[in-house]
Design a protein around this ligand. Structure first.
Ligand code: SF4
Ligand code: SF4
Length: 420
């Protein structure tokens, strides 16, 4: 593919984008794994097609309004990165491109309102909780709302969980083997606060003291993937100062946060905070990787009854961070638990950050496909390492009438420990 992107024109990230375009050899190995290509069947909805479209838009030979809808349909699932033999880091093209496009294309009024609501609500748990409470009241009227808004409401749990605030320090049980800081997240605190509590208990059982520093907030991953670099940088920088440097690791239990933080060096490229971003990013670990590397200080006791669990690979763990074995190894160590593999385990469930709110038609088809594959396997529960996937899968299982429990990996470990 010829390339003549004027990388200087696009600032420090222009070079990264031009490099990724150049690395694509147009082989098409990524097409069969791309969920939107499989769903829509058009070259322009494939990774290879989107790379070409972004190249043309960056060069100015294609009008941005014409090409952008195809890029907007990309889930950012990074299945194409796993499949690519040429080493295209597709995210290094997609993320900066989205930021550029966002500055140039304002979109419809509904697009702007949706983006504004993401910006004002999602990173702030109190505001998001208030909006979620109001949203639940509006549920009986979903049929009268635009599909995008109806999808937002359908994803909300029937009952918003209530949970006590997290302590600033959760002590290790027995001899302290490590000390970490927990990134407590934003949306997850409202929709699934049990995940953070399970993380505290499981780490403590294994000799880990967990700090939950006040002053921290959203990691900015949702803003980053929506092309809102300014908000992403602002939120990230707040965490650089709020999370301590003298801990063994900064722990996240949300794949989306972990993968967003791994993109900080790209986000801050050419910025005065680039080094700080790189150091911070290197210290962040998914809870499954941290626990697997540390090793159990206390073996999980057997579950009270035999249980089969289908493990779903969250894209932002498997494709974006290459984390596949650690969660499986941990679950495999729970006596009485049998792990089952999904036929399409590494295919996106349609959650993908805020994708299920922005592209509800495609997201609903992917969510329904995932729920159907799970139902065929007939497990006793589903596990994943990302709150977005848990919500999406649960919502689609419920639409099909299935009440299967959908749990985070640490919640299953916690169940085993608590059952003893
Ligand atoms: S990130 Fe996912 S949806 Fe986007 S092009 Fe790659 S495989 Fe397709
Ligand atoms: S597999 Fe990689 S090199 Fe081949 S078309 Fe896809 S992105 Fe380009």
């Amino acid at each position: 593919m010829q390339h003549s992107i004027d990388s200087e024109r696009y600032g420090p990230q222009g070079e990264a984008m031009a490099h990724q375009v150049k690395t694509c050899v147009h082989c098409g190995f990524c097409l069969p794994v791309c969920p939107t290509y499989k769903d829509l069947g058009q070259e322009m909805d494939s990774p290879r097609g989107r790379i070409l479209l972004m190249k043309e838009m960056l060069e100015g030979s294609l009008n941005i309004e014409e090409g952008l809808p195809y890029v907007d349909k990309c889930l950012g699932c990074m299945a194409c990165v796993t499949a690519c033999p040429s080493g295209v880091e597709y995210g290094e093209l997609l993320t900066p491109f989205r930021a550029l496009a966002r500055d140039r294309v304002k979109g419809t009024l509904l697009d702007r309102l949706t983006r504004l609501s993401f910006r004002l609500l999602l990173p702030f748990p109190r505001r998001f909780r208030a909006a979620a409470v109001l949203g639940r009241l509006a549920r009986p009227f979903t049929g009268m709302l635009p599909e995008r808004m109806a999808s937002m409401l359908e994803l909300l749990p029937r009952k918003l969980p209530v949970s006590p605030p997290l302590p600033s320090v959760y002590p290790a049980q027995g001899k302290r083997r490590a000390r970490v800081a927990l990134l407590s997240g934003c949306v997850q605190q409202v929709l699934a606060p049990a995940i953070n509590w399970a993380t505290l208990r499981v780490l403590a059982r294994n000799g880990v003291e967990v700090m939950v520093p006040g002053g921290q907030g959203c990691c900015g991953a949702l803003a980053l993937h929506n092309g809102d670099d300014a908000q992403a940088k602002h939120l990230a920088a707040r965490n650089f100062d709020a999370l301590p440097g003298d801990v063994d690791a900064i722990i996240t239990n949300a794949a989306g946060c972990g993968s967003g933080i791994k993109e900080y060096p790209l986000l801050f490229r050419g910025d005065g905070l680039e080094d700080k971003a790189r150091r911070f990013s290197a210290r962040v670990q998914d809870v499954s990787v941290f626990l697997d590397e540390l090793g159990f200080g206390q073996e999980p006791p057997p579950l009270p009854a035999a249980m089969t669990v289908a493990y779903h690979d969250a894209c932002h763990l498997a494709h974006a961070q290459g984390i596949r074995t650690a969660p499986r190894k941990l679950l495999d160590r729970i006596p009485n638990l049998t792990l089952m593999e999904l036929m399409d385990g590494e295919t996106c469930c349609g959650s993908a950050g805020t994708y299920n709110l922005e592209q509800p038609e495609i997201a609903n088809r992917l969510g329904d496909n995932k729920a159907a594959v799970i139902e065929r396997l007939q497990p006793d529960a589903v596990a994943a390492g990302n709150v977005g996937c848990l919500m999406q899968i649960e919502s689609h299982l419920r639409r099909r009438g299935s009440m299967l429990p959908v749990l985070h990996t640490v919640e299953l470990l916690d169940r085993a420990y608590e059952s003893a």
